[in-house]
Ligand binder design. Structure first.
Ligand SMILES: Cc1cc2nc3c(=O)[nH]c(=O)nc-3n(C[C@H](O)[C@H](O)[C@H](O)COP(=O)(O)OP(=O)(O)OC[C@H]3O[C@@H](n4cnc5c(N)ncnc54)[C@H](O)[C@@H]3O)c2cc1C
Ligand code: FES
Length: 342
């Protein structure tokens, strides 16, 4: 059983089941509402009920009364992160339309888990304080704020609907100060500081064009988040991922895109290796060349590319010659020059 939720003044609609909070239902369907802690503490998710019934389930009434004053509750205000729909609803709530609508924040975080995904890629899972969640769009990135004003950028590899942890895929850069630490000094439970979400690399929802994703190495991270979120939202646009790496073992989560392809008819996956072993049956060489081979005319497509800057530049230059419109090329080049503190 699901109920219809209509937002005012935007007129946006989505469905919510009684088992999920209104906020979870909205985010799952790509409706971005403002929120902070998702624990009923900060009040960032306040909305005003105009019609319909809600249920707070097991949410602590004392906490509800702390976060929402009596006057607010009488005026119909509710916490979208805790309320469940108990019938069709009309709610007055501001929606966040684009990445620029989400204000970056500086937050402490703890390293919850470190997992070696390949010889030189580490999955780092970060946990924010219990009262905080990072609101972001799939594909955006965070900056670690380090001593002496240094910053290091890493893309968020999970989707916003599964945000208990912030997942990063970090490649060990030879001689790199921060990534060297990640592979040798960093321990679980370590405290760090981050700023995010940042960037404009996110899937444009106002388009029905087939999507081509090009990931180079750990450029797979933000694209993983985008595809996982698109699948959770029920997006049915054709999506074709080209993941380029040196050798098979650098496709460090190869089973994931294989599973997406097996489970969804509109998702395709093509790994492309630049230094394959002799038995490799798949594509070789550059990702952009593989795309051009498969798509002689890209005028109806949208391309999202992330990873090494040289790969992103090469993809852009090549694919524009194959008919892709410049405004339909979105990218997240992993530029790595030392950045000064803002
Ligand atoms: C928006 C954005 C998102 C990013 N997302 C990711 C991500 O999800 N995963 C990820 O692994 N990386 C990502 N990067 C790249 C990452 O930020 C850098 O690799 C990292 O900052 C290196 O830090 P370091 O302190 O280890 O190296 P430094 O000590 O700063 O550099 C050491 C030496 O290595 C060179 N160098 C630094 N980084 C690279 C690199 N990536 N490739 C080749 N040479 C390099 C430097 O020029 C210098 O000569 C992203 C970069 C940007 C701008
Ligand atoms: S009270 Fe913080 S997000 Fe709902």
């Amino acid at each position: 059983m699901t109920f219809k939720v209509r937002l005012q003044p935007s007129g946006m609609e989505f469905h919510a089941s009684p088992e999920e909070t209104v906020l979870d239902a909205a985010l799952r369907q790509g409706v971005v509402l403002p929120y902070g802690c998702r624990n009923g503490v900060c009040g960032s998710c306040k909305g005003r009920r105009i019609a319909g019934r809600i249920d707070y389930g097991r949410f602590d009434t004392a906490l509800l009364n702390t976060t929402l004053s009596e006057a607010e509750q009488q005026a119909g205000f509710m916490l979208l992160c805790q309320a469940h729909a108990a019938g069709d609803l009309v709610i007055e709530a501001r929606t966040v339309n684009a990445a620029c609508g989400i204000q970056p924040r500086i937050l402490p975080c703890r390293v919850a888990r470190l997992e070696r995904l390949s010889e030189d890629v580490m999955r780092v899972q970060l946990k924010l304080p219990a009262t905080e969640r990072l609101q972001f769009l799939a594909g955006q990135y965070i900056d670690f704020l380090l001593p002496e004003g240094r910053r290091r950028s890493f893309s968020i590899a999970n989707a916003p609907h599964a945000d208990e942890f912030i997942e990063l895929h970090i490649k060990h850069v030879e001689g790199g100060r921060f990534t060297g630490d990640v592979f040798s000094g960093l321990r679980e439970k370590a405290l760090l500081r981050l700023e995010g979400p940042l960037g404009n690399f996110y899937l444009r929802k106002d388009s029905t064009r087939p999507v081509i994703f090009i990931a180079g190495g750990t450029g797979f991270g933000p694209i993983k988040g985008m595809i996982e979120h698109a699948l959770a939202e029920g997006v049915t646009r054709p999506m074709h991922l080209y993941w380029s790496a040196r050798s098979e073992r650098d496709l460090y989560l190869d089973h994931l895109p294989r599973a997406w392809q097996a489970q969804h008819r509109h998702v395709r996956y093509t790994p492309v290796l630049s230094q394959p072993q002799a038995h490799w049956p798949g594509k070789t060489g550059y990702a952009a060349a593989a795309v051009m081979e498969d798509f002689p005319d890209l005028s109806g497509h949208e391309v999202y590319a992330s990873g090494p800057p040289a790969m992103v530049r090469d993809a852009q230059a090549s694919l524009l010659k194959q008919g892709l419109a410049l405004e339909n090329f979105y990218s997240d080049p992993f530029e790595f020059n030392e950045k000064p503190a803002p």
